[in-house]
Design a binder for this molecule. Structure first.
Ligand code: NDP
Ligand code: HSE
Length: 437
């Protein structure tokens, strides 16, 4: 289809899982995209690491490939740079070069945005250029644009999400089959969900990066990955999952970003990623398999839920293409996307002040007075007990205690004191309980 207008010229950095699907969608939907934008999109170069790599029958001229990403970014005939390589450097150098030079940038690079988004936003402001990154959080789910634009008339109070597909698959499988973490991880690897090195997923680094990006947008404050309290899910056992079931709960790796007062009464932001029990009646409890979902609470809008595929080449490419269309339209209209909104400068609340409920399992000597001693430790640290379950184990007993809401620091001090008691054989697990009920 001819629009009569000159093409918007794209430089694609990276042609792996996501990049190759970007190429395919650009080819397959070329006519529709031209009609929607009012001008065609044209790939003028593709930077990769290995020129000789087998790339199937990608519908693209092989002469477009180069290993000189920076050279490609600097070219005068590039309007929009799409970065789907990942990592901090050299991606940061490429993107700052592009933005300062007035080129629009579309990126899926959550690691870079969470570590040093400020540098990219500053470069975008300097160059008067667009910086879009919808694909960086929750893959295909339109989530960042609603936070960045649609909800700008409202006041977001909390964002709770399942933003890592690999760990959601593992925890859903543990819940469904009673399998342990290792067995469920093996299944996730066999099915191609988990990467060869799953550390970033199972230790919560991937979710923490996404949490930082979400919190920055929700609370108009720069939040980096280093500001996010992070605890992975490798310690979740089959026994924890069974115990959660008995309570009518399931375990999810949650990302939680909340606005609230700190201990001195100042408005602040708390951002954390950790496994937590949530009631089966909670909307996030039914999010299974490798799906993602994010629950946003805002003062006027109330509760909103975003759900869909958070990973995979084609779903992620969908989000990338949406951003490319927006950037191309802006260029043609001579306008810009809304720039970064970070005016609030809210301080980060320490994890010790985060108030949640806890599920504590401990193995104790089955003797008279043990329960009272254990309860006394909780009371000393002002952690109120909601329920206690005890099951016998020869001369020992397993105590499962669920608390009312208490600050994290109080619970940490409670656990430390419990460990020091000779009647406590071991603390089997400490899990947070979120989501009411
Ligand atoms: P891949 O590893 O599949 O692809 C990376 C691409 O970058 C490859 O084409 C590789 O080249 C190229 N590359 C690596 N180093 C360089 C370099 N120095 N110069 C030029 N090209 C280079 O990654 P994905 O496609 O999975 O991910 C890309 C980005 O998208 C990451 O930021 C990731 O976090 C993000 N993302 C990915 C999702 C997913 O489901 N995969 C979901 C959401 C976001 P070569 O082909 O020659 O190896
Ligand atoms: N490893 C990530 C996940 C990919 O499992 O969700 C998407 O960011």
């Amino acid at each position: 289809m001819s629009s009569g207008k000159p093409a918007v010229r794209l430089a694609l950095l990276g042609c792996g899982t996501v990049g190759s699907e970007v190429v395919r969608l650009l080819h397959d939907q070329a006519d529709d995209l031209t009609a929607r934008i009012g001008a065609p999109l044209e790939i003028v170069g593709i930077a990769v690491r290995r020129l000789g790599r087998e790339r199937g029958n990608l519908p693209v001229d092989p002469a477009l490939f180069t290993t000189d990403a920076l050279g490609l970014v600097k070219r005068d005939d590039v309007d929009v740079v799409i970065e789907v390589v990942g990592g901090i450097e050299p991606a940061r150098s490429w993107l700052t070069e592009a933005l300062r030079g007035g080129k629009s940038v579309v990126t899926a690079n959550k690691a870079l945005l969470a570590e040093d988004g400020a540098t990219l936003h500053d470069a975008a402001a300097e160059g008067g250029a667009d910086l879009y990154y919808e694909a960086s959080v929750a893959g295909a789910i339109p989530l960042l644009r609603p936070l960045r634009e649609s909800l700008h008339g409202d006041r977001v109070t909390r964002v709770t999400g399942i933003v890592n597909g690999t760990t959601n698959f593992i925890l859903s499988s543990m819940d469904a089959t009673g399998a342990g973490f290792g067995e469920a991880l093996e299944e996730a690897t066999e099915l191609g969900y988990a990467e060869a090195d799953p550390t970033a997923d199972v230790e919560g680094f991937d979710a923490a990066a996404k949490a930082a990006i979400l919190a920055s947008l929700a609370f108009h404050t720069r939040v980096t990955a280093a500001d996010v309290f992070r605890e992975g899910m490798t310690g979740v056992t089959a026994a924890d999952v069974a115990s959660a079931k008995e309570m009518g709960c399931t375990i999810k790796l949650l990302c939680l970003a909340e606005r609230g007062a700190d201990s001195s009464g100042q408005e602040s932001v708390s951002v954390r990623v950790h496994p937590a029990m949530i009631p089966r009646s909670h909307p996030l409890a039914s999010v299974g398999d490798a799906f993602n979902a994010v629950f946003v609470e805002a003062e006027a809008a109330g509760q909103l839920m975003f759900y869909g595929r958070g990973a995979g080449g084609t779903p992620t490419a969908s989000a990338v293409l949406g951003d490319v269309v927006a950037a191309a339209r802006n260029r043609l209209a001579g306008t810009r996307a809304p720039s970064e909104s970070a005016y609030a400068h809210l301080p980060i609340r320490p994890i010790g002040e985060a108030v949640t409920r806890y599920h504590v399992s401990l193995e104790v000597a089955d003797r008279q007075g043990v329960l009272a001693t254990v309860a006394g430790v909780f009371a000393r640290h002002e952690v109120s007990i909601a329920t206690v379950r005890q099951s016998g184990r020869d001369e020992d007993a397993m105590l499962v205690i669920v608390t009312h809401g208490a600050p994290d620091a109080n619970l940490a001090a409670t656990v430390e004191d419990l460990r020091a008691l000779d009647i406590v054989r071991s603390i089997a697990s400490v899990l947070r309980v979120e989501g009411g009920a």
